[in-house]
Design a protein around this ligand. Structure first.
Ligand code: HAM
Length: 418
């Protein structure tokens, strides 16, 4: 059986679920384009250095989770583990480097070699946005409010927003010194991972989930207080704007996010349906160096995990939009009737109607069962005698009522009624 299952951490998405996927994608396109975002599609693989440089060589994603392989010429390629680095690479080829703003959104598969579990996949899908070229607290707030609007428009109510500030590069040294002094005193009672983080990237201690580290982390000193006045004022303005925009949020200095490119505002969204450990979205402001550019480009953005959004929608019993319900099912008895049905179906489909029909020789009973299964509101029935009399029977499935419609009026009749 194993050969028929998709590889661990991947999944097939069947038509019954596809309606919900499309709903999220369509809602995203509508909400994001109302804020001036246009869709950008980038390749699912990039040169490996796009991610190494973009995400930071010390990050867990780059160190442990990337699917990297060589192309025929020996160049190292990587399946994208996230969207931001590739979007920034693509934008080098636009006027963004000359100081113009670019607002783009994207959806598609991302790949991370994580241990699969509920809500954690090796191929997962993100819907994300990047707003590149500008840096201001109100832009960050606008971006977070747009995510809030998107979730509500997608039927996801009750999401919790947590925000924090990472300051800028110059803020890190004094804040790190404060954390180092504090954690050095507690290192003996902390988990082995935190001891390594203490040496390699002390910030990551703050989002450790191990029981033994919780009380120690909760009592850590307020490092944001050691950031510059400008950075603190930036964060204050983000918070004020979010309040004005009626986005409920809480502030947690433990939120640092796993990727290295963030500065200033960072945020994460969780939902009670999945618990605090599983984020349904995350993002923040960042600075990324484009190849060949001396100055980093500022941007702000987020990505939501589609599989996780769908899990929340399911927990909330949000209605699943039907993807394949036909408007009319056509039953044909005899090859001549089926030929006429196919020609009629083709004309109706060109006019945008959703038509299901049987084109193989099958019994009336079997075709009727298929008509019921299709959940079509109408069924057209035609056999040899109907063909001879140049009529078709149209049955309304909810009350079982039937009418006979002359052959040359059929197209018009169905266009008007189904
Ligand atoms: P991220 O937090 O790594 O950020 O991922 C964003 C979202 O993708 C997560 O909140 C989660 O919903 C989903 N996700 C991540 N990994 C998995 C997985 N293995 N299985 C299922 N879902 C997953 C980024 O990727 C940044 N590029 C976001 C960003 C855009 N920041 C600025 N701009």
């Amino acid at each position: 059986m194993a050969a028929f299952a998709p590889p661990p951490g991947t999944a097939d998405i069947f038509p019954a679920e596809a309606g919900s996927w499309r709903l999220l994608e369509n809602t995203a396109a509508k909400v994001f384009s109302s804020c001036g975002y246009g869709e950008l599609r980038t390749p699912v693989f990039e040169y490996t250095e796009v991610f190494q440089r973009g995400l930071g060589g010390e990050t867990e994603v780059v160190q442990k989770e990337m699917y990297t392989f060589e192309d025929r010429g020996g160049r190292s390629l990587t399946l994208r583990p996230e969207g931001t680095a590739g979007v920034m690479r693509a934008l080098t080829n636009t006027d963004v480097a000359n100081g113009n703003e670019q607002r783009v959104f994207y959806y598609g598969p991302m790949f991370r070699g994580e241990r699969p579990s509920a809500g954690r996949r090796r191929q997962f899908h993100q819907i994300g946005v990047e707003n590149v070229g500008r840096c201001a607290p109100l832009i960050d707030a606008e971006c977070i409010a747009m995510l809030h609007n998107f979730l509500i428009a997608a039927g996801i109510t009750g999401a919790s927003f947590t925000i924090n500030t990472r300051g800028v590069a110059a803020d890190r040294a004094p804040a790190e010194a404060l954390l180092r002094e504090y954690f050095a005193k507690h290192l003996d009672s902390m988990c082995p991972d935190c001891r390594t983080r203490f040496e390699r990237n002390i910030w990551r201690i703050l989002d450790c989930k191990q029981e033994c580290c919780q009380a120690i982390i909760n009592d850590a000193p307020d490092y944001v207080g050691a950031f510059s006045e400008e950075s603190r004022a930036y964060f204050e303005e983000v918070k004020t704007a979010l309040t004005r925009l009626e986005v409920p949020f809480k502030v947690s200095s433990r939120l640092v996010r796993g990727l290295d490119y963030y500065v200033h505002t960072v945020f994460e969204v969780t939902h009670d349906a999945l618990g605090e450990q599983i984020a349904i979205a995350g993002g923040g402001r960042y600075e990324l160096f484009l190849p060949g550019e001396k100055r980093p480009l500022p941007g702000v953005g987020f990505a939501t995990g589609v599989e996780r959004l769908l899990m929340v929608r399911e927990a909330l019993n949000a209605p699943v939009p039907a993807e394949t319900n036909a408007d009319c099912f056509m039953i044909g008895l005899g090859s001549a009737a089926r030929m006429e049905n196919l020609v009629l179906a083709n004309a109706l489909r060109k006019a945008g109607k959703n038509i299901a029909l049987e084109l193989e020789e099958r019994s009336f009973k079997a075709q009727m069962r298929a008509a019921n299964r299709s959940q079509a509101a109408y069924t057209l029935i035609r056999g040899e005698s109907e063909l001879e009399n140049n009529i078709a029977i149209i049955k309304k499935m909810d009350d079982g009522s039937q009418v006979e419609v002359p052959g040359d009026e059929l197209l018009q009749y169905l266009l008007e009624h189904i």
